[in-house]
Ligand binder design. Structure first.
Ligand code: NAP
Length: 372
């Protein structure tokens, strides 16, 4: 019997990403690189093999790429962007893919995958169900490591009206003291908050002022479609935990330099079962640099692999009103297939036990200084 196949649409999330994929781009001016990316036809970038569940099921697939940067995906005419994403999926179909995942902004642009799924020849998923499950696990792991009791904590969800953010608000409200919803569009934010406030088991508020909200929070989960930094070091409480799911990242690099007392962790990384290999198609034998540790993939890629392994060839996660039952089901399917939460990581480096101990010590010292 043939192995079930998937494809996953990737694109560069920053100019640094472009230089990592394509060393020839280094040193070229940003406007030239943007123009080249805009004109590049879709291509098959990566061949994925070796994904194997503990009970011996396998899948293989391809990462098919579009060249646009996030800001280009948001700025270009929507129909043109949809057409580009569909061309990339067609490359996957030609390789035998039975399901397609939408990476980063290919799952954000427009209506979060709904139109793409209507037009694609195979089922499509944004991968957001597993991203949500992984993000919540990561935030709660960070809270445990920093000694923050979620039941006593105020948690801020930045990007609260989004596909990932709105599900995170509803799921987190079951285990935290208070939840603050943050987004830019005040009307959409107010509407969502009015809709769900009565069902949330904890007190809740909504605001467009990210800085004021973050200043009140011990726990922060961020899942925005911003292409700029959203979380600044000046706003973070001593000992706070920030879990970031956004790609490109929301947390300013200045946090790494200026706030040794704060734990920032990427929320959406998963360890892939088996001996996964991500081989560059253009340079057979060389590994594609996902900027992640070995055997690690993003949760959205992992969801696509899980659906292939489970032979669930259906458009699983789409749009902005995610079914929470699917998040729970996907988390269970991923566990059954042997996917586990990736090691803690932020700012391109692993978070070691020593680093956590140092972060806790820095938080203790800072609190003591404030009290002195
Ligand atoms: N790690 C992974 O495996 C993984 C998987 C999937 C997606 N992602 C990433 O997760 C992020 C969110 O995806 P999504 O599908 O949930 O997107 P989405 O549905 O478009 O939601 C984006 C949210 O961000 C808010 N937002 C945008 N700019 C903001 C800003 N400057 N300040 C505050 N809020 C802002 C939006 O509301 P307003 O417009 O009203 O502000 C909205 O609430 C994206 O960066 C995506 O690439 C990561």
């Amino acid at each position: 019997m043939s192995v079930p196949k998937f494809c996953f649409v990737i694109h560069p999330v920053s100019l640094e990403d472009v230089a990592r994929y394509e060393p020839g781009a280094k040193g070229k001016g940003a406007p030239i690189v943007r123009k080249i990316l805009e004109r590049m036809p879709s291509w098959t970038a990566v061949h994925v093999t070796g994904v194997r569940t503990p009970d011996g099921r396998e899948t293989e697939g391809g990462f098919v790429a579009d060249g646009l940067l996030p800001e280009q995906m948001l700025a270009f005419p929507r129909e043109d962007v949809y057409a580009r994403i569909l061309r990339a999926i067609d490359l996957g179909v030609a390789l035998g893919a039975q399901i397609a995942g939408l990476g980063a902004f290919t799952g954000v642009v427009g209506d979060g995958g709904v139109t793409i799924a209507e037009r694609a020849p195979i089922p499509v998923t944004t991968g957001n169900s597993l991203t949500i499950a992984a993000g919540l696990q990561s935030l709660l792991r960070g809270a445990r490591e920093m000694g923050v009791d979620p039941a006593e904590a105020t948690v801020v969800v930045v990007g609260a009206t989004g596909s990932i953010g709105s599900a995170c608000v509803r799921l987190l409200s079951r285990s935290v003291g208070r939840v603050i919803l943050v987004a830019r569009n005040a009307t959409r934010l107010r509407k969502l908050h009015e809709q769900i406030a009565d069902e949330l088991p904890c007190p809740s508020e909504a605001t467009t002022d990210v800085s004021a909200a973050v200043r009140r929070a011990q726990l922060v989960l961020t899942a925005t479609s911003s292409t700029q930094d959203v979380i600044q070091p000046e706003d973070l409480q001593t000992g706070a935990v920030v879990c970031e799911l956004s790609l490109p990242h929301d947390v300013s690099r200045r946090v790494a330099a200026l706030r040794p007392d704060v734990l920032v962790t990427e929320g959406g990384n998963m360890l892939v079962p088996g001996e996964p290999r991500f081989e560059r198609v253009r340079e057979p034998g060389s590994e594609f640099d996902l900027n992640l540790p070995p055997r690690t993939a993003l949760a959205c890629m992992s969801e696509t692999m899980v659906l292939a392994l489970e032979q669930r060839f259906e458009s699983y996660t789409l749009g902005r009103g995610i079914d929470l039952a699917k998040v729970v089901e996907m988390e269970a399917m991923a566990a059954r297939c042997g996917f586990t939460l990736g090691g803690m990581r932020a700012f391109d480096a692993a978070i070691t036990p020593e680093k956590i101990a140092a972060t806790r010590a820095a938080a203790r010292e800072r609190r003591a200084r404030v009290l002195a």
